[in-house]
Write a protein that binds this ligand. Structure first.
Ligand SMILES: CC(C)(COP(=O)(O)OP(=O)(O)OC[C@H]1O[C@@H](n2cnc3c(N)ncnc32)[C@H](O)[C@@H]1OP(=O)(O)O)[C@@H](O)C(=O)NCCC(=O)NCCS
Length: 166
């Protein structure tokens, strides 16, 4: 199948009403995708008060698609390190290259902004996500049993940009 064409941006580039509309769409996908204890709160606070928390969103470049949210990601910058909290593609758009395009955008943007290291935690059972991270050069550094919940192991992964990971 041909890769989906995306427009990628971040919610801080939007005006208030548009940003809240996108945050609502993200919330709906988040609730469908993650268990309640892992679902991130995409509330208006994120837009108003947390400039270090970046919420990226991707919409289809095809104008005929009515519900446009395809994917989103959240990261937090702490000096030269970015913590990638979340990357998610809405279920009906998976395996069409959206995850790759969003990850590529994140990597290039962070590199351009002087970030030296990207870190994340992933559930060992999330095979698709781990495959995506490995493809982009992330390395598995640490495993913690019962990290997410009893029986669910967490893996810490890092992507070293300019030898900047501690
Ligand atoms: C992980 C996720 C973002 C991948 O998005 P996607 O748009 O489907 O991925 P792409 O089509 O761009 O594929 C990128 C790579 O991911 C891996 N991948 C994707 N789906 C896969 C699957 N079902 N099984 C194994 N590997 C998979 C492959 O390495 C793939 O590269 P390839 O196509 O060259 O083999 C998506 O599956 C998702 O949103 N999952 C639920 C949320 C989640 O687990 N997020 C991560 C934790 S926050």
């Amino acid at each position: 199948m041909k890769d989906i064409e995306l427009n990628i941006s971040d919610i801080h580039s939007l005006g208030r009403d548009q940003a809240f509309e996108i945050l609502n769409q993200i919330s709906r996908v988040e609730k469908k995708t993650f268990p309640a204890n892992e679902a991130f709160s995409f509330c208006e606070e994120l837009w108003r008060k947390k400039p270090n928390t970046k919420v990226l969103y991707a919409t289809s470049a095809a104008s005929d698609i009515r519900s446009p949210l395809v994917a989103y990601a959240v990261y937090v910058r702490q000096k030269g390190i970015a913590l990638l909290h979340k990357i998610c593609v809405a279920e009906s758009y998976r395996q069409q290259g959206a995850g790759k395009q969003l990850m590529s955008y994140i990597k290039q943007r962070l590199q351009r902004e002087g970030c030296q290291c990207i870190q994340l935690w992933v559930d060992k059972a999330r095979i698709a996500a781990r495959g995506l991270y490995i493809k982009f050069g992330f390395e598995e550094r640490e495993e913690i049993a019962n990290y997410y919940a009893p029986g669910r192991t967490g893996i810490k992964m890092i992507l070293n940009i300019d030898n900047g990971c501690p």
